[in-house]
Write a protein that binds this ligand. Structure first.
Ligand code: GDP
Length: 390
């Protein structure tokens, strides 16, 4: 009997354990089922599905409003490249001041010398030196000094009158009678064609951009041709100017014949009935024969379609005698009709206006007074002399 009790106890314990295990298993099953359902399928589906709806909704709203907003946004992005031209009056006032700053020393130096009590030979020599230093050139300097000597002796002038006489004589040298208008209009419904020539680095491309700006401000339609095909950078630079001033640029691949780009630009200009086509050319200073061939060809090819109305030679005022040499070479290669003198803001040698006009018998029509888009002024002889005399 004693042996049976423990046996029953074991059976009971075993049953109890089984019951407990069964209960635990049932509870575990009961608990696991709701947890499984709650976590994976339901929540993620909700998490994934609604957000796309929420996100798509704003996207759709954006898309719906996009057409209305896009035009407002686009010009804001483009605005920094397309600049507004400065008003003509304020531009000219500003540029005259800049001209006085760079050229004023010449006139002041001359006036100081001419106002001396005694105008001896040393003083006249100093006057000559001052004029030569400003690049006026030997012959014009001699002419000016002779005229001044005669007038001061004959007219016996006071200081105020000396200034007036000097102004008159300088103005005569600069020649106010020359026609300095830019020929930017064509005839028979064709565009005016402006060919811009000069050595690399003088400011040709910049000048083309600045002229484009002035014409656009005058509400003329303009096309630009990048016929400097030898340097990829030149066409890119003109492209940038085109964006700045709002003018389309016709280009060709690097190495194309410059004449073919010039031809294409003028052809498109005629087809689109624009007012003016500006053609930037290559400025390699190779031998004279090469230059003549190249520019001659560009001009001939253009003129198969429309006459070139203006050939502008760009000269850097800071280059002095070197600039004069370039002027001679270019003048032989192509019929120059006007001169653009650049970088007068960085040089006190404005006298080159006189020298170059005498040499080429062609008027200075424009002057560059800075790197900005509005830093180009028509050359006005009276304003120039005023600037010289400070
Ligand atoms: P290109 O090789 O003849 O086409 O010359 P660019 O147009 O490339 O000009 C050469 C450099 O001269 C550039 O840095 C221009 O910004 C600068 N330049 C052009 N015109 C003027 C000007 O009137 N004044 C000053 N200070 N710089 C100028």
């Amino acid at each position: 009997m004693e042996a049976l009790v423990p046996a029953w106890t074991y059976v009971l314990i075993a049953l109890a354990i089984l019951v407990v295990l069964a209960v635990v298993a049932a509870v575990a099953l009961a608990l696991r089922t709701p947890r499984g359902k709650a976590t994976p399928p339901a929540a993620p589906t909700r998490d994934v599905t609604p957000p796309p709806e929420v996100e798509t909704a704003p996207e759709r709203e954006d898309a719906a409003t996009a057409p209305a907003e896009a035009p407002e946004v686009a010009p804001e992005v483009a605005a920094p490249t397309l600049e507004r031209p400065e008003g003509t009056a304020s531009r000219l006032v500003r540029l005259r001041q800049r001209l006085s700053r760079s050229q004023g020393a010449l006139g002041k130096g001359l006036l100081a010398l001419l106002s001396r009590d005694k105008l001896d030979e040393d003083t006249w020599e100093s006057i000559e030196d001052t004029l030569l230093t400003a690049d006026i050139g030997v012959a014009p300097t001699q002419q000016l000094v002779d005229n001044l000597r005669t007038r001061l002796r004959v007219e016996g002038l006071d200081a105020g009158q000396v200034r007036e006489v000097l102004a008159e004589e300088l103005l005569a040298l600069v020649d106010p009678e020359l026609d300095r208008r830019l020929q930017v209009s064509g005839e028979d419904g064709k565009p005016g064609v402006v060919l811009v020539v000069g050595v690399n680095g003088v400011g040709k491309t910049t000048t083309v951009g600045k002229i484009g700006r002035i014409l656009v401000a005058e509400e003329r339609s303009v096309l630009m041709g990048a016929a400097d095909t030898f340097r990829a950078a030149a066409a890119e630079q003109l492209g940038t100017w085109g964006e700045r001033v709002g003018v389309e640029v016709i280009r060709g691949p690097e190495g194309t014949d410059p004449a073919s780009v010039a031809f294409d630009a003028v052809k498109q200009g005629i087809e689109r009935e624009v007012d003016t086509v500006l053609v930037d050319t290559a400025g390699r200073l190779q031998n004279k024969a090469g230059l003549m061939d190249e520019l001659g060809k560009v001009k001939r090819v253009i003129e198969k379609q429309a006459p070139v109305t203006e050939v502008l030679l760009v000269l850097d005022a800071t280059t002095g005698q070197n600039g004069m040499m370039q002027a001679r070479v270019f003048a032989e290669a192509v019929d120059v009709t006007g001169i653009v003198l650049t970088k007068l803001d960085g040089s006190a040698k404005g006298g080159i206006v006189v020298a170059v006009q005498r040499e080429l018998k062609v008027p200075v029509k424009l002057v560059g007074l800075g790197e900005g888009a509005d830093d180009l002024a028509p050359f006005d002889p009276r304003a120039f002399v005023d600037a010289l005399l400070g």
